[in-house]
Design a protein around this ligand. Structure first.
Ligand code: PTJ
Length: 264
């Protein structure tokens, strides 16, 4: 895959990393893993990442640390996987699930049984031992109608903590209404998901997942009450506010530099 992409985009291209992600999404779309709407969602994410500066800022690291503590101290943690996440971060998401002892579940906004199977295959290919949500999506999230509310009765339905990369606000709220702690990964700090989740990671999923795994490794020796105190002292409103301030200040600085012709 990397080789195929190298033919299309030279590594010397200044936007190589960003274009690589785009190509991974397109490949996932061609293979029936990513839904067409997922390409649009990625474009929105790209734009916010551009404004943030395409790096994991302090507000992201703070949320990623809290997410690691929440997953490690949960009784039944589940990581939800959709098309975009499978295309961009299958390997690292399997590694994270392994590190924190979470279950992996395919949960799709635009659900088809065929796509659910394909996403599970991608996860198995990257070393997942068990993937829920394909043949056992027999429970429903209360208040969410149609196939997008289908979950496993052994996974998301009974989880106490659910991590939802690139989720929609509706389901985030419904999961919270079920009493679950919700961790979202969303580059848009203004999205309904970002505003509704308990822990919002404003970072690209490709950086966020390995960062959470790294924090989890560092926290492995902490006991449950130490981990819970990290989660309880975490303030999502402050983190979202920091993300917005970062974007605003960065844009102001760039505007001044452009005016003075010092922007590079
Ligand atoms: O595979 P499915 O059927 O579950 O569908 C997945 C999508 C993403 C199409 C579906 O969940 C959807 O329509 O999502 P939204 O409502 O467009 O929200 C996606 C959010 O993820 C937006 O706020 C984007 O800014 C954000 N986003 C996009 N790419 C990334 C991202 N956040 C983190 N990392 C990214 N790479």
């Amino acid at each position: 895959m990397q080789e195929d992409i190298d033919i299309i985009i030279p590594r010397s291209h200044p936007r190589y990393e960003s274009l690589l992600l785009r190509e991974l999404l397109v490949k996932g779309w061609r293979e029936g893993i990513v839904v067409t709407e997922g390409l649009l969602a990625h474009g929105r994410g790209e734009c916010f990442d551009y404004l943030i500066g395409e790096r994991s800022e302090d507000f992201a690291l703070e949320a990623e640390r809290a997410a690691a503590a929440a997953l490690l101290s949960a009784k039944r943690p589940v990581i939800s996987v959709n098309g975009n996440t499978a295309a961009l971060a299958a390997e690292s998401i399997v590694a994270l699930a392994h590190e924190v002892g979470a279950l992996l579940e395919v949960n799709l906004f635009y659900r088809t049984e065929e796509r659910a199977k394909r996403i599970a295959q991608v996860l198995y290919k990257h070393g997942a031992e068990k993937v829920l949500g394909v043949y056992d999506a027999t429970a429903s999230i209360p208040g969410i109608h149609h196939a997008r509310g289908k979950v496993s009765p052994h996974g998301i339905y009974v989880a106490d903590t659910v991590m939802v990369p690139l989720e929609d606000g509706d389901r985030t709220k419904a999961l919270k209404d079920m009493g679950k702690l919700v961790i979202a990964i969303d580059l848009n700090p203004l999205s309904r998901t970002a505003m509704t989740a308990d822990i919002t990671i404003v970072d690209n999923v490709v950086r966020a997942i390995p960062n959470i795994t790294r924090f989890a490794r560092q926290m492995k020796r902490m006991n449950r009450s130490e981990l819970r105190s990290i989660v309880e002292s975490y303030d999502n409103r402050k983190v979202l506010s920091k993300a917005l301030r970062h974007i605003a200040e960065r844009l102001k600085k760039m505007a001044s530099e452009i005016e003075l012709n010092t922007y590079v």
